[in-house]
Design a protein around this ligand. Structure first.
Ligand code: UDP
Length: 402
């Protein structure tokens, strides 16, 4: 398990001292984080790293995972999409299952911590089902600026009870929800198996075991199989690139248990790219494996992130940390991380030709890729490491303290 000292070499003494100082006013305070999955997706990723560090600096942080039925997760995935503006067939039955699942959970879940942080929409109603004796914070990880109105009207019954809401970017503020906001971008942990440096023997062993050849340049998108990540569009872009340069595409997306759409989208991709899959020019990976994700990001010539909507895009941060050139959509948190032409390329998510041209440019210009990579690592160190996220949370708890 990492301790805060392990990060000194990366972020420097001043940051570590600042963390200890801010934590000292919170010694012994207990914090509960609740979400609905232990793996798959950015939230689980962050909590896995953040909570041990909170505990290491003297807080008492705990993580509870809301259990849900398949019906519940189907509904909350629809809510997740509608929070980002999708239409929804909003029935009383959906509301009932959503609340009932939370009621069931609440009947065997006692919350008596000093602070409660609820992540995303699944456990949102808990605030009305528990005795609220402490500050509750809603951490909304998606772009909430233009949600489906009917859904928000329903969710306001819970949201307005929260003391504060956290979003990843100023652009996500929603004026129709009159509660206090704090902007906190997510972050990555540079020392996890997903992000740390790996010896060449380990990389070779994994590639062999996973049957991934490296005889051609590799383009990779790491993302859940989700329509907002546009994996079908990635195949279209890849086909354009491949007409010019022989290369290989890897799509890696593990199946989060709170995301029932994954298998359906995966099947669509299989159909669309069957010929390329048979020739091993497109490789689909569905296992959950952090070291493999790390390796794929490191062996790729270009990382693509063709999201149509994006909360923040930790996959982009992970690639930037590994000094990889990223061609990404100009949506959500991606432009917070990439400045077009400076440390990567940004494009309209529907501009397939633009994506293909930029990928080709990077495949042909190793110097450009290297320049992007160097700037990217610095950007991540300055803005998007877990130590900065820890500081933001410590500041928040210090300021909201009753
Ligand atoms: N991820 C993973 N395996 C996969 C796909 C994704 O470990 O097959 C991880 C990825 O490395 C990143 C997180 O899940 O850490 C995705 O976070 P992001 O913010 O990019 O997207 P989200 O899934 O939260 O919308």
């Amino acid at each position: 398990m990492q301790t805060i000292e392990d990060y000194r070499k990366i972020v420097g003494d001043d940051i570590i001292y600042a963390i200890h100082k801010k934590a000292s006013r919170l010694y012994g305070k207990s914090i509960l984080h609740a979400n609905s999955t232990q793996y798959g997706g950015g939230v689980a990723e962050i909590l896995t790293s953040l909570l041990p560090l909170m505990n290491d600096v003297g807080l008492e942080a705990d993580w509870r995972i809301l259990r849900g039925t398949p019906d519940f997760f189907t509904i909350t995935k629809k809510f997740h999409n509608a929070l980002q503006g999708d239409p929804i067939n909003f029935t009383d039955l959906k509301k009932q299952i959503y609340i009932q699942n939370n009621e069931d959970f609440s009947s065997y879940c006692r919350i008596d911590e000093d602070f409660v942080v609820i992540h995303d929409n699944q456990p949102l109603p808990l605030i009305r089902l528990e005795k609220k004796r402490q500050p509750w914070i809603w951490r909304c990880h998606v772009d909430f600026s233009n949600p489906n109105k009917e859904l928000v009207d329903f969710l306001k019954d819970f949201i307005l009870r929260y003391d504060l809401m956290i979003v990843s970017s100023e652009k996500y503020l929603n004026k129709e929800i009159p509660i206090d906001y704090k902007i906190i971008p997510p972050a990555i942990d540079p020392l996890t198996p997903k992000n740390k440096e790996l010896p060449q023997e380990v990389i070779s062993k994994y590639l062999k075991k996973s049957d991934i050849p490296t005889d051609k340049p590799i383009i990779t998108q790491i993302s859940r199989f989700d329509k907002w990540k546009d994996p079908e569009g990635v195949i279209d872009v890849f086909k354009l690139v491949k007409k010019e340069i022989d290369c290989r595409l890897i799509l890696c997306g593990s199946m989060a248990i709170d995301d029932p759409e994954g298998p359906i989208i995966l099947e669509k991709i299989r159909k669309k790219a069957q010929e390329l899959i048979d020739k091993k020019d497109v490789i689909l990976i569905t296992s959950e494996n952090n070291i493999l994700v790390n390796i794929l990001q490191r062996i790729s010539s270009v990382i693509i992130q063709k999201s149509i909507k994006e909360g923040f895009g930790l996959t982009v941060t992970e690639a930037l940390w590994k000094e990889k050139p990223v061609v990404g959509s100009d949506v959500g948190g991606i432009p917070l991380q990439i400045k077009d032409g400076e440390n990567g390329f940004l494009l309209d998510p529907f501009d397939d030709k633009g994506f293909a041209d930029r990928i080709l440019q990077l495949l042909q210009d190793a110097d450009l890729s290297k320049r992007f990579g160097e700037k990217s690592k610095k950007k991540v160190i300055d803005n998007f490491l877990i130590t900065r996220l820890l500081i933001d949370y410590l500041d928040l708890f210090n300021n909201i303290s009753p």
